[in-house]
Design a protein around this ligand. Structure first.
Ligand SMILES: Cc1cc2nc3c(=O)[nH]c(=O)nc-3n(C[C@H](O)[C@H](O)[C@H](O)COP(=O)(O)O)c2cc1C
Length: 144
């Protein structure tokens, strides 16, 4: 059923949206955030990936514009994170993450040791506004 929906949506206008945010509270909410995202995104034919590391989220969402915008409005209003900063929104001709209703990875801080260039992005004092969108996508794709 999902497969049929994805095929259908591949002929439609699609967008991809990338944002960064900061976790509010403790990491015990991560599992619930992910399972709700998978359930809702399957229903709304939204695909993408979510990365969490050291208090910061990076997420890429893709799908039909109205669905992505609606989901992003819900996400922005979610009290489990703050400083939700839109990094990029672009039209795409096909999905990059067609098989992921929401891939998720909790990246441990130690894993960043192998990627010194990425470490600064997860420091407390690093503003999301300084994150280059393509670097954000690169980080997501490296780990998730
Ligand atoms: C970092 C983060 C990522 C999220 N990603 C998604 C997502 O991809 N899709 C989604 O529907 N909800 C996502 N949510 C949850 C939404 O903010 C919101 O709780 C949910 O859409 C409400 O759905 P419900 O009314 O079915 O409970 C995310 C929340 C957070 C904090």
């Amino acid at each position: 059923m999902v497969f049929i929906n994805l095929r259908w949506s591949s002929n439609m206008h699609l967008i991809q949206l990338v944002y960064a945010s900061r976790l509010v509270g403790d990491e015990s909410v991560l599992h619930s955030i992910h399972s709700h995202a998978v359930r809702n995104n399957t229903a709304h034919v939204i695909t993408g990936k979510l990365l969490y590391c050291s208090g910061r989220f990076l997420q890429v969402l893709e799908g039909e514009p109205a669905q992505v915008h609606r989901t992003f409005e819900h996400i922005k209003a979610d009290p489990r994170h703050s400083d939700v900063t839109l990094l990029m929104e672009q039209a795409i001709s096909e999905r990059a993450y067609a098989h992921w209703n929401m891939g998720f990875r909790h990246v441990q801080e130690q894993e960043l040791e192998q990627y010194p260039a990425y470490k600064a992005y997860f420091k407390d004092d690093f503003s999301a506004l300084q994150i280059q969108p393509l670097i954000a996508l690169e980080i997501i794709n490296t780990f998730v």
